[in-house]
Ligand binder design. Sequence first.
Ligand SMILES: C[S@@+](CC[C@H](N)C(=O)[O-])C[C@H]1O[C@@H](n2cnc3c(N)ncnc32)[C@H](O)[C@@H]1O
Ligand SMILES: Nc1nc2[nH]cc(C(=O)O)c2c(=O)[nH]1
Ligand code: SF4
Ligand SMILES: [Mg+2]
Length: 257
Amino acid sequence: MPVTSSVDRPDSAPEGDALPINELFVSLQGEGTLAGVPSVFVRTSGCNLRCWFCDSYHTSWEPTHAWMTLDEIVAEIGSFDADHVVLTGGEPLVHDSAQKLLRQLDALGYHTTVETNGTVVPDAETPLDLASVSPKLASSTPTVEKDPKGEGEWADRHEERRIDIDALATLAERYDRQFKFVVTGPDDMDEIESVLADVRAAAHVEIPDTDVLLMPEGQTRERLAETRTVVAELALEHGYRYTPRLHVDLWNDAPET
Ligand SMILES: C[S@@+](CC[C@H](N)C(=O)[O-])C[C@H]1O[C@@H](n2cnc3c(N)ncnc32)[C@H](O)[C@@H]1O
Ligand SMILES: Nc1nc2[nH]cc(C(=O)O)c2c(=O)[nH]1
Ligand code: SF4
Ligand SMILES: [Mg+2]
């Protein structure tokens, strides 16, 4: 059960280091180069973007959470039998305490992944084993027609914020990383090529095609049935990797999976 509905915790920030947590659970990593690895997921609430397709609606469009101190989070992570931790959201890096949590987890020997939209860069000394960066394409913008609330009031802000080439280049320079693009169809490919060209020009490190993954858009098995083959063929055609959404194949859109 999500933290918000299972635990009686304060819904305003407590004293000291704490994070607004939407859910905390163990599952198999469903996406990317570590797909299949048992991992504890820590999902913070709050995001600086509003993708129309966001599969974590209650961290972005209608955020819900319970505040947990870092000590409580670390203790709960320790109750599961897994040595990989995935910090996600929402956008976890909008919270300064996320960096403190990464430092604590590193000191305890965990392998850490951060799932990020690539618009926020942690402090240079923040330890991180894998930056799993998912830059947001124009096809993610919540236009009036696509906005789940039907208002389109986030479209301009989302559009202004969604790509920050310097931030993407800095993440690539500092960390082991994967660039995991959510693909809705062939029309997304030109923008993917252009974002990659800009990041490669700005970064002082090489970014091989093996660091680039195409992931089909889809919160449900039904939607993935429409997108996965198209996206797999685009990966083959362009020489990028394909990543499944194993958790959706296995558990559809159930919470805590
Ligand atoms: C909910 S986001 C949280 C982390 C961060 N805000 C981000 O977008 O990368 C976690 C991952 O789910 C992906 N995602 C969200 N909604 C999706 C959808 N409908 N289909 C495919 N991937 C989706 C994101 O692109 C990201 O890789
Ligand atoms: N199983 C599973 N794998 C995931 N990989 C990234 C996820 C995310 O929401 O960030 C995610 C998720 O929500 N579940
Ligand atoms: S950036 Fe991530 S959490 Fe934020 S709205 Fe988009 S998919 Fe959801
Ligand atoms: Mg997810």
